[in-house]
Design a protein. Structure first.
Length: 206
């Protein structure tokens, strides 16, 4: 994604300049409530993009977030312009094929399907963009990959959702350094392992 494409995407999401961006991708039932407990104390500093794994859950997730007093906007319903002060606390990603690019805008990423026993999802997408990346403890579908990346400190495996809070306290520079380290580790592993290389290729645009 070029700098111009990144700027266009940021504007289309109406992301406030002064706030950091947390992207929570491929979340499954039960995770949104857990993540929200960590996010709420930081809502003045952070905007959240929340991407449920299954789009049929969007309506229920939207209702849950709104009931918590959050300003929620669906990606598909964002207009060309919003009045000042009307930016969302949470942008609910209800479109297909955008998550990988939106990861590229993030200061911090959480890869879902992992705070509950669901098997996890591919953690490589945000790492390719040099984004500081976290995931939960349940990653059976990517067990060896996550273990290798964690050992190299390329990602952080959170034992529980509350462990996300220290990362939300970090500065953008601190998060950027973590993301750059993670990207470097992935690039090195891709050159050394056919298994990792297949994982890498599976996330690239077709």
């Amino acid at each position: 994604m070029t700098g111009e494409e990144e700027d266009l995407l940021r504007r289309s999401l109406h992301l406030p300049e002064g706030k950091s961006l947390l992207v929570c991708g491929s979340t499954v039932e039960g995770e949104e409530a857990l993540l929200l407990e960590s996010y709420l104390p930081f809502r003045e500093r952070w905007t959240m993009v929340l991407a449920p794994r299954h789009l049929e859950r969007v309506e229920g997730v939207e209702r849950f977030l709104s009931d918590k007093g959050l300003k929620v906007r669906r990606r598909s319903g964002l207009e060309e312009s919003l009045p000042s002060g009307e930016e969302a606390d949470v942008i609910l990603l209800d479109t297909m094929g955008e998550l990988a690019r939106i990861y590229g805008l993030a200061d911090l990423a959480f890869v879902g399907g992992s705070l509950v026993p669901h098997g996890g999802h591919n953690v490589l997408e945000p790492l390719f963009h040099g984004v500081a990346t976290t995931t939960g403890p349940y990653n059976d579908n990517f067990k060896s990959l996550v273990a290798d990346l964690s050992e190299e400190e390329a990602i952080a495996v959170l034992p529980e959702a509350s462990a996300l809070r220290p990362f939300l306290s970090l500065s953008r520079d601190e998060l950027r350094m973590r993301g750059e380290k993670g990207k470097g580790v992935v690039e090195g592993m891709a050159g050394a392992s056919d298994v990792i290389l297949r994982q890498v290729r599976s996330t690239l645009p077709k």
